[in-house]
Design a protein around this ligand. Structure first.
Ligand code: FMN
Length: 173
């Protein structure tokens, strides 16, 4: 699959089949995160994979009852293991690094016939308690992963700004 096809086909899947995700497929999705770039190639990330049904239900509660989170057969808690790095440009590195790794997974998931949804609406402290994640670690995103009920986004065409609304050449205009 072409990268641009995966980018266009990916959508926020909020309805999953009960069918389990094969371990080899999951490994390939996780492998895509592994290849993500990071500042100084630090790779300060850890991904906690949750397949257990009752744990997924607990995670759903931390996500303010977004039922589809636990409906997915796999939930990935994407964590940053070092949050201290501030780049010379002033930006904190870890949310950027984790976002790249997570995006790689969402795109690889599409190629594998799977769907996912970025979840930022969750209570981090509760997730940490459920998954025994140490205090100094940050949980950046929860990512439910599974076979989508609908292969294609139910809300097409996708709403995106036009290129000329987000790009200027040579100077800010
Ligand atoms: C950082 C981030 C956090 C998000 N958090 C949630 C969330 O908590 N719940 C949810 O249903 N969707 C969440 N989304 C999904 C967005 O709503 C969705 O990606 C956006 O509306 C564009 O739709 P599309 O992904 O189908 O193209 C999140 C997306 C991003 C990138």
């Amino acid at each position: 699959m072409n990268v641009i096809d995966a980018i266009k086909e990916r959508y926020a899947v909020r309805n999953y089949q009960t069918k389990d995700v094969e371990e080899d497929k999951l490994k390939r999705v996780l492998g895509a995160a592994r290849w993500a770039p990071s500042a100084y190639n630090r790779q300060e990330w850890r991904f906690v994979i949750v397949r257990d049904s009752s744990t997924r239900q607990k995670l759903t509660k931390t996500a303010h009852g977004q039922e589809f989170v636990g409906q997915a057969p796999v939930v990935i808690a994407a964590c940053a293991t070092d949050t201290s790095r501030i780049m010379p440009c002033g930006q904190v590195a870890y949310p950027i690094e984790l976002a790249i790794a997570i995006d790689h997974m969402t795109l690889k998931a599409v190629e594998e016939g799977l769907g996912s949804c970025w979840i930022g609406d969750f209570e981090e402290d509760e997730v940490k308690k459920i998954l025994d994640i140490p205090d100094q670690i940050r949980v950046v995103i929860l990512l439910p992963l599974g076979y989508p009920v609908q292969a294609v986004s139910p809300s097409l065409p996708k709403k995106r700004k036009k290129l000329n609304e987000i790009v200027t050449y040579d100077k800010w205009r």
